[in-house]
Design a protein around this ligand. Structure first.
Ligand code: ZN
Length: 255
């Protein structure tokens, strides 16, 4: 998120840094229950889980609901074998950041579409868990120039937005009734940030639990090293924020 913020322009200002008033704000703290909705195992592990570790350490409750079991994600492994392995890796991973409840909705990995079945399943999970806030994965078309997002992430994010809007449309927000106050996405150009100083290690531990997945993805680099490099890249400090501590960014999508 800080790729272009350290280039001074002619008058010594950082050219691409937003005006001070446009800097991300601290993430809200007036909530206790969060539902994290993502498409695949390991989706929470690229930065978001550092924020989750902080939230659960503060006594908040966080639940993970995943659209798929990631069964198509391990090259050379049959989906019927990969699915259960990835579910187990996700459960162990979640435990590192204080998340005890991990659910899988059973939608097909790499073929996720924003259809009524998916929207209904998302809405049902929101109603059951009654979160104050919903957090999902970035659903924009690209993370940065030349870094396109995956179709599954975009379709799923759209389904989360539609489900949220349907729940809230008729009668407004009331988390006791399963209509959360806020919906955030993780975002490389965020509106809000969480200071994750002290919570980077558990996030690395969480990503490193995706052992089978990471060791097939990059057989030459030890899994723990891969996890450390990935997480540290995602929680880089941003000039002007959080006293230079590592941060995780989110954008407030609703209301
Ligand atoms: Zn994913």
């Amino acid at each position: 998120m800080s790729d272009s913020t350290d280039q001074p322009d002619a008058d010594g200002q950082r050219g691409d840094l937003p005006a001070e008033s446009a800097l991300p704000e601290p993430f809200p703290t007036d909530w206790t229950r969060c539902l994290v909705l993502v498409a695949h195992p390991d989706d929470p592990e690229y930065g978001m889980s550092a924020a989750v570790a902080r939230w659960t350490a503060e006594g908040r409750s966080v639940v993970y609901v995943l659209a798929s079991s990631g069964e198509a994600g391990i090259e050379g492994m049959a989906p019927s074998i990969a699915g259960p392995i990835r579910e187990e890796e996700q459960r162990r991973s979640a435990a590192h950041v204080g998340v005890d409840t991990v659910e899988f909705l059973g939608f097909p990995d790499s073929r996720i579409v924003n259809n009524s079945a998916l929207r209904d399943a998302v809405a049902d999970s929101i109603r059951r868990h009654r979160p104050d806030i919903v957090v999902s994965l970035f659903s924009g078309p690209e993370f940065g120039p030349g870094m396109p997002n995956q179709s599954d992430h975009m379709e799923f994010g759209d389904a989360v937005g539609a489900a949220y809007d349907d729940l809230v449309a008729a009668v407004g927000v009331d988390s006791r009734e399963g209509r959360p106050q806020m919906w955030f996405e993780s975002d490389p150009q965020p509106s809000h940030y969480v200071d994750v100083r002290g919570f980077v290690e558990p996030a690395i531990d969480a990503l490193a639990e995706h052992k089978e997945y990471l060791s097939v993805l990059d057989p030459r680099t030890p899994v723990r090293e891969q996890a450390k490099a990935q997480v540290e890249r995602m929680v880089e400090p941003v000039d002007g924020l959080a006293d230079g501590n590592p941060v995780v960014g989110f954008t407030r999508m609703r209301p």
